[in-house]
Design a protein around this ligand. Structure first.
Ligand code: K2U
Ligand code: ZN
Length: 157
């Protein structure tokens, strides 16, 4: 799989509403998922969304691991989410720093829901419904924003 070029802020693709995937088994979709994983890992990200590689489609990856800013972050196997939905969220929010592969060199404090419930299709076509909290919930909300043409700077107070 390939390391793809990451669209930088100013690229209109980052402002589009991403389109749903209608056939997750399409070889082009499977290749895109492999390339997203490779590109995220090469960029030392904890997540990535398809619009960031110029593909305005509803695919995101969440891949928390401990890092300088979040030393207590859980280490998890990357979760590939196709056509994700946010089903519910806590009232409670937390505010913390975020960065973005599309906005290198910038960090900002963003308020996110503390806990969320999401539903998505896996890369093998099964539907999953899961709850996340804290840093993993933050990463999902950051990536889910990318599918709606938003970046974290839009949410810095
Ligand atoms: O650009 C992206 O979408 C990936 C971001 C994801 C992120 C979400 C929430 C909070 C921080 C980052 C990249 O991982 S930016 C690189 C990074 C990695 C760990 C912590 C902070 C920034
Ligand atoms: Zn981002």
């Amino acid at each position: 799989s390939n390391v793809l070029e990451i669209a930088q802020l100013g690229n209109p693709v980052l402002r589009d509403i991403a389109q749903p995937i209608y056939n997750v088994h399409d070889p082009a979709v499977q290749t895109l998922i492999d390339d997203l994983l490779t590109t995220m890992l090469e960029g030392n990200g904890v997540g990535i969304a398809a619009p960031q590689v110029g593909q305005s489609r509803r695919i995101l990856i969440v891949a928390s691991r401990p890092n300088l800013r979040y030393p207590n972050a859980p280490t998890m196997a990357p979760i590939v989410m196709v056509n994700p939905h946010l089903l519910s969220h806590s009232e409670e929010t937390t505010t913390d720093w975020e960065g973005c592969l599309s906005i290198p060199g910038m960090r900002g404090k963003v308020k996110r829901y503390r806990a969320i419930e999401v539903e998505y299709m896996t890369r093998t076509g099964e539907m999953e419904r899961r709850e996340f909290h804290d840093f993993i919930a933050r990463i999902f909300q950051h990536e889910f924003d990318h599918l709606g043409g938003k970046v974290f700077l839009d949410r810095v107070d």
